[in-house]
Design a protein around this ligand. Structure first.
Ligand SMILES: C[S@@+](CC[C@H](N)C(=O)[O-])C[C@H]1O[C@@H](n2cnc3c(N)ncnc32)[C@H](O)[C@@H]1O
Length: 299
């Protein structure tokens, strides 16, 4: 049995407003997570429509398959950059809407076996799909300190990246870093104490950077932004919610291509004060939406 999701979906009303789903449509949720957005999509397409739900994480797919049993939802444990292959396997040519709500879910964060939370004694894995690629503990014990510093700086926007990388290099010479708690301790010892104390844990940016690196998250998004329009029907829409400035920049630049997209959001949509109060995770969410132009959809 799987336990119910604890994830609160961000920007639900805004997502539905920009997707503008009509009954009978075929819609992809490229990031099933806890299924909150999927549920809204299922209601909107109604009994004559269908939803295809993807996630890289087998645990999310397993939970979703139970929760949506009997509903018109097809599941695929897949990367959203492989939407064309998923559709080929389902013998579906085009879809009307695609939603990508990228990043990490609260369920993944709470799962002590995955390494996403700082105080976990489990292995520092950080992969969405635990069967694909290299776990973070292996990567941080392998790569050169300079590379580690670059990753932490670029993907974590961490100004103490060099100090942190140096401390990791020192620590791993004594003993390999294995758990999230090991890494969190090393990072805390590396960064100067801030005054006033920061809102977020000192290791937040380092964990985010390593997660983005081991999952190659920017690469997946870049490929998805290129490939998805070819499988959108005329007037099809793509809505992307990102939580990182590099991701938001990729979406913004992709939607600027006027041969492919009509951009529906000049500046990104952010959570209201109300939502921020209810769901602090929505703090860094940025939503952008675009409508595919018929020429691109016909390719
Ligand atoms: C923020 S959560 C989605 C939450 C979901 N919208 C909800 O309402 O519960 C992000 C999910 O996307 C998945 N994910 C991240 N990158 C992915 C990718 N490239 N392809 C497919 N799933 C991905 C993660 O495993 C995670 O479950």
């Amino acid at each position: 049995m799987t336990s119910p999701s604890i994830h609160t979906s961000v920007l639900p009303a805004e997502v539905m407003s920009f997707l503008a789903i009509e009954p009978g449509m075929t819609v992809i949720d490229g990031t099933l997570g806890g299924g909150g957005h999927t549920r809204l999509l299922v209601e909107a397409v109604g009994p004559t429509g269908r939803v295809i739900a993807l996630d890289r994480d087998p645990a999310a797919i397993e939970r979703g398959s139970h929760e949506f049993a009997g509903k018109p939802v097809r599941f695929a444990q897949a990367n959203f950059c492989d939407i064309p292959e998923v559709l080929d396997a389902l013998e579906i040519e085009k879809v009307d809407r695609v939603l990508l709500d990228i990043g990490l879910s609260s369920d993944q964060l709470a799962d002590n076996t995955r390494g996403f939370s700082f105080d976990s004694d489990g292995p520092l894995d950080l992969r969405f799909d635990p069967t694909e690629g290299e776990p973070a503990w292996r990567m941080i014990n392998r790569v050169r300190p300079e590379t580690l510093a670059d990753i932490i700086y670029e993907f974590g926007e961490e100004r103490f990246s060099r100090r942190i990388a140096r401390r990791i290099a020192d620590a791993r010479q004594r003993e390999p870093i294995k758990t999230s708690r090991d890494l969190a301790r090393v990072v805390m010892a590396a960064v100067p104490r801030q005054k006033p104390p920061q809102r977020i844990h000192p290791a937040t940016r380092t964990f985010q950077a390593l997660r983005i690196a081991v999952n190659q998250e920017l690469k997946s998004l870049r490929i998805a932004l290129e490939r998805t329009p070819t499988r959108l029907a005329a007037n099809g829409r793509l809505v992307v919610i990102s939580f990182h400035s590099l991701e938001d920049r990729l979406v913004k630049e992709a939607f600027r291509n006027r041969q492919v997209w009509e951009n529906l959001t000049r500046s990104p949509i952010e959570a209201s004060d109300d939502e921020l109060a209810r769901n602090p995770r929505s703090r860094s969410a940025k939503l952008r939406a675009a409508r595919v132009l018929t020429a691109a959809a016909a390719e």
